[in-house]
Design a protein around this ligand. Structure first.
Ligand SMILES: *Cc1c(COP(=O)(O)O)cnc(C)c1O
Length: 550
């Protein structure tokens, strides 16, 4: 490639040069995916300061050549983590649907602005409306076929940049439905404090974030109990709905279709009935579990979702679509119409200006083309097969963890993710035989947390196997040291439907080696702790939580 300065804009360049640059960019992407740019590792680990040293530079005043640009991009890829690598087991976000990747490239060229139909996004608006209709059908909502399109107020869903935003919008819609007057008067004029009812311990942070951002405040969240399976306890929800705190009104119940820690799925049917009885908005957070809706076999786990007033889906988590890809859907399509800047335009049968009914967003790109392309390319049956294959692969990976004898699972798992601590058999045996006074429980919990974090970090830094690491209560008391306190736990999430045998063996080998090394030290520490006369003696690791989301 020529190293001379070429013009900045596609339209000003020789077609041949543009073609070459863009093809090399695709080659670079493929080299990243294959692992060639990552030395065959999930990532080449580096610390924040190491990467700042590597990439920090002065304000670029004079530009560089195409070749220099590609080299810069390759260097960024070399220090990136591959969520599509089958040894990446922290989240399900593989983002490697080939159809979605192709669509992403095309969407960049099209550069449509989905704020409006005329002058901004003619075909794209229709495609996004079609996709919303398909997603409604998959959830089990009433559907108006696109051919009978009757205007924005009948659409009933929108693309968003993530589940966090989808949940914000669902809450805003539930508020606007319950208190139509707040559009004018704001929350301050309400005679009562509005509350969102959700289970503690299984909640995603987005509800707290939304309560704070939307003016409800953190006091606007009312916490129900979680079950030992890490799901919302319907009995607790029933009790709180029957007797909300004085001067307050529950306007929304949140059901979780796959929590982000163990994937426990709520009894959505029971929560829908309870919400219905009390005439309260029912929101289902299916950011994780939504992918199961594509499988005829697995979707029964989400039975009742069709009764939800709103549903959040996150295709960028478990549907093989790259970020950002999330959708929020409303059983009553008028829910979004309430946000319309020009309500009579939103009701006009020939208006498809999506920007009229998309709160928080003005100009935005054609991100929906990715999921549309995946669905056209694979059909619901193809996607369903991928989701089922992934489930089988997840089971095989759980078996792998179990047969190493190094871990203890916390709670059960409803689909592709489980949570566990480093708890090798010899350690468990010593603990079984010791009579441990309650005053010592905290120290042993800290020891387990500390070694769990050390184990996960060792593999992560080596770049060989990536588990998630976050904090979780042992609600089912699987370890036997009480359910109140949080442990640092690892999460294994299988995003890939197919993990080749040799990769699986490699993972088992890497796990066993790291465990061998740590088990002896953990045993020594445990024995020292048990022998110590000081009840406060202990090993305490740093407090580690999950990524921003938890
Ligand atoms: C991930 C997640 C979210 C937030 O989604 P983002 O896409 O990260 O914004 C919300 N709820 C649940 C249950 C999730 O797992």
């Amino acid at each position: 490639m020529s190293d001379t300065h070429l013009p900045a804009l596609l339209g000003d360049r020789p077609a041949e040069d543009s073609w070459r640059l863009l093809h090399r960019a695709v080659d670079l992407g493929l080299d990243f995916t294959s692992g060639a740019l990552r030395d065959g590792l999930v990532l080449r680990h580096a610390t924040v300061s190491e990467l700042i040293d590597r990439f920090a530079g002065p304000l670029p005043q004079d530009g560089g050549s195409d070749g220099q640009l590609l080299e810069d991009l390759a260097e960024i890829a070399r220090w990136s983590i591959s969520q599509a690598d089958p040894r990446y087991l922290a989240f399900p976000d593989t983002g490697d649907s080939i159809a979605a990747l192709a669509a992403d490239i095309v969407a960049s060229f099209l550069n449509q602005n989905l704020i409006a139909f005329d002058r901004s996004a003619p075909a794209a608006s229709v495609i996004e409306a079609q996709l919303i209709t398909w997603l409604r059908e998959i959830v089990g909502y009433p559907v108006t076929p696109l051919a009978d399109y009757r205007g924005l107020a009948s659409l009933g869903g929108m693309w968003t940049s993530g589940g966090n935003m989808s949940n914000h919008i669902a809450i805003a819609a539930a508020l606007a439905h319950t208190y139509p007057e707040i559009r004018t008067t704001g929350l301050r004029a309400l005679p009562e404090q509005p509350l969102i009812l959700l289970a503690g311990g299984v909640e995603h942070f987005s509800y707290l974030a939304a309560a704070q951002a939307l003016g409800l405040g953190s006091d606007g969240l009312l916490w129900a109990d979680a079950t030992a399976d890490f799901t919302s306890d319907p009995d607790s929800v029933a009790r709180l709905l029957a007797s909300p705190p004085p001067g307050k009104r529950i306007f929304m119940v949140v059901g979780v279709a796959g929590n982000c820690r163990t994937t426990g799925i709520d009894d959505l049917q029971a929560l829908a009935e309870l919400s219905g009885q009390h005439n309260v908005w029912f929101h289902v957070d299916a950011c994780h579990g939504g992918s199961l809706l594509f499988s005829e076999k697995l979707k029964v786990q989400l039975a009742g979702i069709e009764h939800a007033d709103s549903v959040a889906l996150d295709p960028h988590k478990g549907l093989f679509v790259s970020y950002p890809s999330s959708y929020v859907l409303f059983r009553d399509p008028a829910a979004l119409g309430r946000f319309a800047r020009y309500p009579d335009r939103a009701d006009a049968p020939d208006c498809l200006d999506l920007g009229l009914i998309t709160p928080f967003y003005g100009s935005r790109g054609f991100e929906s083309l990715k999921l549309w392309a995946l669905m056209k390319h694979q059909g619901t049956s193809g996607i369903g097969r991928l989701v089922e294959d992934r489930q089988a692969t997840f089971q095989a990976m759980v078996d792998l963890l179990e047969r190493t004898g190094c871990f203890r699972m916390l709670g059960t798992s409803d689909f592709y993710r489980c949570a566990f601590v480093f708890f090798p058999t010899p350690v468990a045996e010593v603990l079984d035989q010791a009579t441990l006074p309650a005053a010592r429980h905290a120290a042993v919990r800290d020891l387990i947390s500390c070694y769990t974090a050390a184990f996960a970090d060792r593999l992560y830094r080596a770049g060989t196997v990536v588990f998630d690491l976050f904090a979780l209560q042992d609600l089912a008391d699987r370890i036997g040291l009480g359910i109140g306190a949080k442990y640092q736990v690892m999460g294994m999430c299988v995003g890939h439907p197919h993990i080749p045998d040799h990769v699986e063996h490699g993972i088992e080998q890497d796990i066993t080696e790291a465990a061998r090394d740590l088990t002896g030290r953990m045993l020594d520490d445990l024995q020292a702790l048990l022998a110590s006369a000081d009840p406060a003696a202990g090993t305490s690791g740093p407090d580690v939580t999950g990524p921003a989301g938890w």
